[in-house]
Design a protein around this ligand. Structure first.
Ligand SMILES: Nc1ncnc2c1ncn2[C@@H]1O[C@H](COP(=O)(O)OP(=O)(O)O)[C@@H](O)[C@H]1O
Ligand SMILES: [Mg+2]
Length: 547
């Protein structure tokens, strides 16, 4: 090893007598003990400042080194500053700041090589910026500085002072200190890695929470129809309370979306939103999912497990498909709603929770009560604030807004710029959407992904023909509303329009003897448009073109 600076800073053996073999052996043992202690320390804790000062104290105690400092370099500020020091006052520490290349420390930093100054009083490059050594000339002090490296890059400097007269060669000091510095480097690296990882995780959690909040704010519920506005108002009112809300409506009308909106607009927004689908699990599993179980409660219960009620403490529990909850569990649920406490399956200890309940179902609960499969008392407990989500076909004015919303969403997700023509939108307005908003959303996602053009035409839609005489999975509205929905004027006029079109197509096909190109000409449309309408009216098979 050689010094990149001048000769005065090289670590020529001190002018001390050669140590005896015995001395050398003692020293080896000491060195090893020192290194062992330091590596033990670094393995035990990630507290950087604490570790570094402990290292200096060990060096001091075992190796008799005097003052010691550990400096770390901040590349953003081009500043090498003292992180920990032994034998210095806080003011002295704050004065110890250097740029790369500046003075001895700056040079060690710049070149990544150790330096020794046998007598700092005689060294012009020694800046003595900390002014911690009193009158330099009164004592003969040697100063050793070694680079702290991580993977070849110098990240700081380790320094020690040593009295000139001590009978050890600097070379040996440098060797030990280099090992110590590399241990420090690994420690710093690990600590920074952990800090970065922790910060990354925190950041991730923050942005996830933000995303969740954005997603389920009521603002992200699309729809400006009268019916939806009434719902927004109801939701805003109940959000602030902990009142139980019962959301009803056909599948795909947005019950879950609203349940989340209620949670994220409530004072519990910072707490958990926990969902459980009561129709998805057999009774015994559902029970332990809801209330948890104690270890050994049943075969396979190898550990105590918290149920969704406990997980939702201080938050909201969304009981989806509540109409499908088995009778036994209805009784248990009722008790929890009344007493706000329960026992885990196989347990005796009572668990108290603070949970807001939002339940949802597409079932006709009144009919279920009449049939004896839903408890009336539970129904009243749940039905504190009932909210009915109308099917999409009863609020067609929301279709354009929803279409825009989902186009924007899936265009962004798929990096596309698909738009929809007025005529295609008209088709969508005419369609009954038995799967409600979910069906609309899925259709648009498919269109955005599959469409080769930028513009969606009516023939791209491929909407299924509305089933004769009604809709899939009818909403469980009171009888009055039900009869109204079946005979809405728009539904009636639409079906007669469709009938007329179908009739015209059949006529044209008959006239053209089944030749589609000719039939299209008769109708004044393109063969492609005709093909689409044939599919739409499901009359393809009865009129194969003659070859
Ligand atoms: N008013 C709405 N605005 C925006 N998206 C909606 C709306 N209603 C439903 N959706 C979307 O439609 C899909 C189905 O809604 P969901 O809440 O799961 O319905 P449900 O629980 O009633 O079956 C979800 O992707 C949801 O985000
Ligand atoms: Mg649902």
């Amino acid at each position: 090893m050689s010094s990149p600076a001048n000769n005065s800073t090289s670590f020529a053996p001190a002018a001390a007598a050669r140590p005896s073999e015995r001395d050398q052996l003692d020293r080896r043992v000491l060195e090893l003990t020192t290194l062992y202690e330091i590596s033990k320390l670094l393995g035990a804790s990630l507290d950087l400042e604490q570790n570094l000062s402990a290292i200096l104290r060990i060096l001091n105690a075992f190796m008799g080194m005097r003052k010691g400092t550990i400096l770390l370099y901040d590349p953003l500020q081009d500043e090498l500053s003292i992180r920990v020091a032994v034998g210095m006052t806080p003011e002295e520490i704050t004065r110890g700041k250097y740029h790369k290349g500046e003075g001895i420390l700056g040079k060690v930093m710049l070149h990544g090589l150790p330096m020794v100054i046998p007598d700092i009083g005689a060294e012009p490059e020694f800046l003595d910026r900390t002014r911690s050594r009193g009158d330099l000339l009164s004592q003969a002090i040697a100063f050793i500085a070694v680079p702290i490296k991580v993977g070849g890059a110098t990240i700081g400097v380790l320094t020690v002072d040593r009295l000139f007269a001590e009978r050890v060669s600097f070379e040996e000091d440098v060797r030990v200190l280099c090992i110590v510095a590399s241990l420090i480097g690994q420690g710093v690296n690990l600590q920074q890695h952990v800090v970065r990882e922790r910060e990354g995780l925190l950041e991730q959690t923050r942005s996830l929470q933000q995303a969740l909040r954005d997603r389920y704010r009521l603002e992200s519920v699309v729809g400006q129809s009268e019916r939806m506005r009434e719902i927004y108002e109801a939701i805003h009112q109940v959000s602030q309370s902990r009142a139980t809300v019962l959301l009803r409506g056909e599948s795909g009308t947005g019950k879950e979306l609203l349940a989340r909106a209620i949670h994220y607009n409530s004072p519990r927004a910072g707490g958990p939103f926990i969902k459980i689908n009561c129709a998805a699990l057999p009774q015994t599993l559902l029970e332990s999912e809801l209330f948890g179980h104690e270890k050994g409660a049943f075969t396979g219960a190898t550990a105590t497990k918290k149920g969704r009620f406990e997980l939702a403490d201080n938050g909201t529990l969304f009981l989806d498909e509540i109409g499908d909850l088995p009778l036994d569990l209805q009784a248990k649920l009722l008790r929890v709603l009344q007493e706000r406490s329960f026992e885990r399956v196989g347990g005796t200890q009572t668990v108290a929770v603070d949970v807001r309940i939002v339940a949802a179902t597409h079932q006709d609960l009144e009919a279920a009560i009449a049939a004896g499969i839903f408890r009336e008392d539970l129904y009243y407990r749940l039905n504190v604030v009932p909210v009915l989500l109308p099917p999409l076909r009863e609020r067609r004015e929301d279709i354009p807004l929803l279409t825009e919303h989902f186009l924007a969403k899936y265009n962004q997700e798929n990096n596309r710029k698909v738009r929809i023509t007025g005529r295609a939108l008209q088709e969508m307005l005419d369609y009954d959407w038995p799967g409600n908003v979910r069906e609309l959303e899925n259709s648009i996602e498919r269109l955005v992904i599959m469409s080769r053009r930028r513009l969606i035409l009516p023939e791209d839609l491929l909407l299924p023909v509305n089933p004769e005489g009604g809709h899939v999975e009818r909403v469980t509205t009171p009888a009055k509303a039900r009869s109204k929905s079946a005979s809405t004027p728009s539904a009636r006029s639409l079906s007669s329009l469709r009938d007329t079109e179908r009739h015209q197509i059949l006529q044209a096909l008959t006239q053209a003897e089944g030749v589609q190109v000719k039939a299209a000409a008769v109708l004044g449309i393109t063969p492609r448009q005709l093909a689409y309408r044939l599919r739409r009216h499901q009359i393809v098979r009865s009129f194969q073109p003659v070859s």
